[in-house]
Design a protein. Structure first.
Length: 276
């Protein structure tokens, strides 16, 4: 285990590892349905889901760099970022990827315009996958090989490679999200308790990918295997919180479950009316 911890400190460094699955304009009266895990070093200080002071943002907060990994506003804007994992990239980047979320949510730019403007300075950031959206438009881009693209209605799953790479890890989450979770949401009178139970069951899946099917992202094989499950646990690093977020025609419904530390197992539930 000591070797794994040493390898983790060297390989992961300050990387934010996350996984996200969402349905965009797939469900009736629910433009967005999203589940995600945030993975991070346990010692990195962060604040749980809340309304930010002097800002329109509702999100958790990275208290080390000041940004966030996922957030929304009452106007219907939303954004989420994951890192692009490249253990061979030893460069140091001054600008936090979490600031991208804040910049988009506090701007008035259409999602595609924001992403196009970001292209000009995208190399100032370590590798990222970024989704930005509002009620009508969703956009994906990566500064490691994916130009801004407006998303068609559909299901999207991304972890720490490009969306087009479709790792086994993302295939597994996609299968469970589309075959187990979305059919429940299409039922007219499904109890909230059952929906929430299903979301956490999927996000707490610790199934590892067999070594032959792991990606090569420039880190050790034992680290690739550790990071290959939807839910990650280790002595110093792992899934810090899980999220179930829905945009309906008139409100946001967001549940965040703390997965580590003194608050482990606690929930924050927010209902945010959408402003017209």
């Amino acid at each position: 285990m000591k070797n794994v911890v040493h390898s983790m400190c060297k390989d992961v460094r300050t990387e934010l590892m996350c996984i996200v699955a969402f349905a965009w304009h797939v469900l009736d009266d629910m433009p967005l349905c999203l589940i995600s895990n945030r993975d991070e070093f346990y010692h990195r200080p962060s604040a749980m889901l809340h309304s930010w002071e002097h800002s329109s943002i509702i999100a958790g907060k990275d208290l080390q760099s000041g940004g966030t990994w996922m957030g929304v506003t009452a106007s219907g804007r939303w954004a989420i970022v994951t890192n692009f994992r490249n253990g061979r990239d030893q460069n140091h980047y001054e600008t936090s990827r979490g600031k991208l979320i804040q910049d988009f949510l506090e701007s008035d730019l259409a999602p595609i315009r924001f992403a196009q403007q970001l292209e000009g300075k995208q190399q100032d950031y370590a590798g990222f996958n970024l989704f930005v959206g509002d009620r009508e438009q969703a956009v994906y881009m990566s500064n490691r090989g994916e130009a801004p693209q407006v998303l068609a209605n559909g299901v999207y799953v991304v972890s720490n490679g490009l969306m087009s790479e479709d790792w086994e890890k993302t295939k597994h989450l996609r299968k469970r999200f589309t075959q187990e979770f979305l059919p429940m949401l299409q039922q007219t009178q499904i109890p909230e308790h059952d929906l929430n139970y299903a979301a956490w069951d999927i996000l707490e899946d610790e199934r590892k990918i067999i070594p032959d099917l792991l990606p090569d992202t420039g880190i050790s094989k034992e680290m690739e295997e550790l990071l290959s499950s939807t839910f990650i646990q280790s002595p110093i690093y792992g899934t810090r919180c899980s999220n179930f977020l829905r945009m309906t025609t008139d409100q946001w419904q967001w549940i965040e479950k703390t997965q580590q530390g003194e608050q482990q197992g606690n929930f924050i539930e927010l209902t945010i009316p959408l402003v017209k």
